[in-house]
Design a protein around this ligand. Structure first.
Ligand code: NIG
Ligand code: FE
Length: 412
């Protein structure tokens, strides 16, 4: 169905076709008295209402008067772990009584404790949970997510998680970009043998993932107590050699050397980066790697320090923001909350945070040509906010001010 939004305060985010950096992260393409016309799943016309309304075709569309409110692209959340069995309230309880994430993981909590419920769930149970979850993302204005596995950690369960993503992607308006995060943690049966576990992933699981077209990216958690730079390199290179893109959990809890590995492998993104140094930033910039920052996990883990977004942007590295939605470090699916944290805790301007949550998120997923901005010919993923000043996106923290969501031109 044809859709016309009139009387809009547009944030088009139109601009460079490359990931936005430095000053390019400041221009949101504001157009007052704007309009967007969508048809066949795409944006057909966008700009000043006077110009858009001149085309007779637009009158055939269902009309939405935005009443001066903000109209912008849907959020592209480029880092989530949404396929898991259960919430981790036991870990949360231990943390509220003073234990750290690493201490809880060492005591058998953490990622490994999510294995049990994920392995125990059937494919259709995981599918149903993910489907329920997907509407929470869209209600909050997210129209595309990257979705990682990483709570199965054996052949059958990792494939089951990827197939659940595939089923949901076919039936939900939320768009999914699947990532095989086989190297997320060392499962109990491989305790003390991370190298053998990685070899098993490469030999037994990756070929099926590739053959069935189940993933677009591979990812690994490069961290003390998880996977070393050497093990991550082996796994990620195997993925890259098989035609998949690369992303890395890098420098999250300690200085893990994941960022330099991301640069070496020309990863699509290096994620977290709490402990990245100035040399890492130069390498990331030169290799064209996007920094995907996920401050919701710092917030939820009670870390006082956040990744230094100001330093990363000033170093010329393009920054994307994401929720990191997962049961351990960030049970939050709302990108508006992430934007608020990024602006209040990480020194980002609202403009930078908006660009990081839309067009740069799209670039981090290899979707920069089709997603993340309101431009003629792009996919019609559009949201209307219940506000007329875009700074309100960061201001009303903890709330959801998205009032209408269009995915591929269809009103949800
Ligand atoms: O991005 N760091 C690794 N993975 C997740 C945490 C997953 C979990 O604790 O379940 C993250 O924070
Ligand atoms: Fe993560």
């Amino acid at each position: 169905m044809k859709q016309l939004i009139t009387n809009a305060t547009l944030l088009t985010l139109a601009g460079d076709h490359e990931p936005r950096t430095k000053g390019g992260m400041r221009s949101v393409g504001l157009i007052r008295n704007g309009a967007v016309f969508m048809d066949k799943g795409l944006i057909q016309l966008v700009g000043l209402a006077d110009t858009v309304l001149r085309d007779p075709e637009v009158k055939k569309g269902q009309i939405h008067d935005a009443g001066g409110r903000i109209v912008m692209p849907g959020f592209v959340d480029c880092h989530t772990h949404p396929v898991f069995g259960e919430a981790r309230l036991k870990d949360f309880g231990l943390r509220t009584s003073g234990k750290s994430y690493q201490e809880i993981a060492a005591q058998g909590g953490g990622i490994v404790s999510s294995i049990r419920s994920t392995r125990g769930a059937t494919e259709s149970e995981l599918t149903q949970r993910l489907l329920d979850q997907s509407s929470r993302f869209t209600e909050c204005g997210t129209t595309t997510i990257e979705a990682k596995t990483g709570y199965g950690l054996d052949k059958d369960s990792e494939l089951k998680a990827l197939r659940a993503i595939k089923h949901v992607a076919a039936g939900s308006p939320l768009e999914f970009v699947p990532t095989f995060l086989g190297a997320h943690a060392i499962p109990p049966e491989y305790q003390g043998r991370p190298g053998e576990y990685v070899d098993m992933l490469i030999k037994d699981v990756l070929p099926v993932v590739v053959q069935e077209g189940l993933a677009k990216f591979v990812d690994a958690f490069c961290e003390k107590g998880f996977f070393s730079q050497f093990e991550c390199r082996k796994f990620l290179k195997a993925g890259a050699d098989a035609g998949l893109g690369v992303r890395i959990h890098a420098e999250q809890l300690t200085r893990s050397r994941g960022a330099s590995l991301a640069a070496e492998l020309k990863a699509a993104s290096a994620d977290h980066l709490d402990h990245a140094d100035a040399v890492d930033l130069v390498k990331l910039r030169e290799a064209g790697v996007i920094a995907a920052l996920v401050p919701g996990s710092n917030h939820f883990l009670g870390h006082r320090d956040y990744p230094d977004a100001r330093k990363i942007i000033d170093a010329g590295v393009p920054v994307a923001l994401a929720t990191d939605f997962n049961p351990g470090t960030c049970p939050c699916w709302n990108m508006q909350e992430v934007i608020s944290i990024a602006t209040t805790q990480m020194g980002m301007t609202v403009e930078e945070a908006i660009i990081a949550s839309t067009i740069n998120g799209a670039h981090a997923l290899g979707l920069g040509k089709t997603h993340g901005s309101l431009e003629k010919g792009k996919q019609a993923d559009v949201i209307i906010l219940d506000c007329s000043d875009y700074r309100e996106l960061a201001y009303w923290f903890g709330s959801n001010i998205v009032s209408k969501v269009f995915k591929k031109g269809k009103l949800l």
